[in-house]
Design a binder for this molecule. Structure first.
Ligand SMILES: [Zn+2]
Length: 211
């Protein structure tokens, strides 16, 4: 079974992806992590990816697609859950095509919806450790105490997590993701789900739909 989970930053999609991966024995394909891993190696794209990430620019479709092609070539047990891609229609079609060429298909698309206000609230609660780079969330994943990291480093808010910047990012995200959701709806594989509820409740609803 291959699942795509769509949702803006702050939608809680990473948490649901992890729960689904555990329940169904799926390989979680977290694009952000894949790219960060490559950036740390001496892979030919490493440097380019790293500089794009430092600038806060989204990695180009071309690199992303090449990375996905490579990743999808590996066997994945019971299937995969895609978290962080596709961000637009070309990426969506690419994933479907690669799966098809492997005799598989995309079975489900989950769209986790949260309002702009809620996403802004969740994202602006993020704090990053100046020392080790660990990310906390004052609401969902608070630091151990004293507003310090477990490594005792100082926690700060990243500039791109300020409300104005978040809103701009959400707007761009919503526009292209909506197109993916529309296509999945036409294909009859879309579940739209209200993400402003407890994690367990959302998870139960997704599982009952899959089953
Ligand atoms: Zn730290």
């Amino acid at each position: 079974m291959n699942i795509v989970i769509l949702g803006s930053q702050g939608s809680g999609k990473g948490t649901q992806a992890k729960l689904l991966a555990e329940k169904y024995g799926l390989t979680q394909i977290e694009t952000g992590k894949l790219l960060r891993d490559i950036a740390e190696t001496d892979h030919p794209w490493g440097k380019r990816i790293k500089s794009m990430m430092l600038k806060g620019v989204l990695v180009s479709d071309k690199i992303l697609m090449a990375v996905l092609k490579q990743t999808l070539a590996k066997p994945a047990g019971n299937g995969r859950i895609f978290d962080g891609t596709p961000r637009n229609l070309p990426q969506y079609e690419l994933i479907k095509n690669i799966l098809k060429s492997r005799g598989e298909k995309l079975d489900r698309v989950i769209m986790l919806k949260v309002s702009e206000a809620e996403a802004v609230k969740r994202i602006s609660a993020r704090r990053i450790c100046k020392n080790c780079g660990r990310i906390y969330n004052l609401i969902t994943d608070p630091p151990p105490g004293d507003f310090k990291c477990e490594c005792k480093g100082e926690l700060v808010q990243r500039e791109d997590d300020y409300p104005d910047v978040i809103k701009k990012r959400l707007k761009a995200f919503n526009k292209s993701t909506l197109e993916v959701a529309k296509r999945a709806l036409r294909e009859g594989i879309l579940l739209e789900i209200d993400g402003e509820r407890p994690v367990e409740e959302i998870f139960r609803e997704i599982v009952s739909w899959i089953n």
